[in-house]
Design a protein around this ligand. Structure first.
Ligand code: GAR
Length: 203
């Protein structure tokens, strides 16, 4: 039976589309069956609707606090028997309550070589710091911010005349390559979390 993926996104959705393409091309033995957004007009959610994927919008204002908001999302995910939750430009920090419900089953993509430059504006942080290399990281989500066990990373050079936009674009190409790859490894049962490390079994 095919694995079942839920994607959480807030914006453009290019990583979501890269994952979707990989599932459709048979590169990932799973399908995206649910997309959840906290931004009604997120272009990523528009794409999901066009693809005919069930798409749910949760409005933070409708809930008294972060935990009840996250629990409503978690209930929707659980009802649909989801195996893996992929954060794809989801611009909210998940509550520990949410993370604990899906331990080892939430992945995130971050546009830097973690643990360098966690949080927002990672590409700008890299440029401002003056590093020669940055990149992308796919990791499991734990209760911290961008701190969970690292699955895959890709390195890109940072050039002296880079702007946040030019660097982001270079990193994004790698994001679209390594995110589907990490999800494939997950569904092939090849990822093992031991402490803060992820071991990848031979295929
Ligand atoms: C991506 O670059 C992703 O790595 C980043 O947001 C962008 C979303 O683009 N995520 C974070 O910064 C998370 N802290 P997308 O909507 O086109 O996939």
């Amino acid at each position: 039976m095919k694995g079942r993926i839920a994607v959480l996104l807030s914006g453009r959705g290019s990583n979501f589309r890269a994952l979707y393409k990989a599932t459709k091309e048979g590169k990932i033995p799973a399908e995206i069956v649910l997309v959840i957004t906290d931004k009604k007009d997120a272009p990523g959610a528009e794409s999901a609707r066009e693809y005919g994927i069930e798409t749910l919008y949760f409005r933070r204002k409708d809930y008294p606090d972060r935990v009840s908001f996250d629990m409503a999302i978690a209930d929707a995910i659980e009802e649909r028997n989801i195996d893996l939750i992929c954060l794809a430009g989801y611009m909210r920090i998940l509550t520990p309550e949410f993370v604990r419900r899906f331990k080892g089953r939430i992945m995130n993509i971050h546009p830097a070589l973690l643990p360098a430059f966690p949080g927002l504006h990672a590409q700008k942080q890299a440029i401002d710091y003056g590093v020669r290399y940055s990149g992308a990281t796919v990791h499991f989500v734990d209760e911290g911010v961008d701190s969970g066990p690292i699955i895959l990373q890709a390195v890109v050079p940072v050039y002296q005349d880079d702007t946040e936009e030019t660097l982001a674009e270079r990193i994004l190409k790698e994001e679209h390559r390594i995110y589907p790859e990490a999800v494939r490894l997950f569904f092939e049962g090849r990822l093992e979390i031991r402490g803060r490390k992820v071991f990848i079994r031979e295929g």
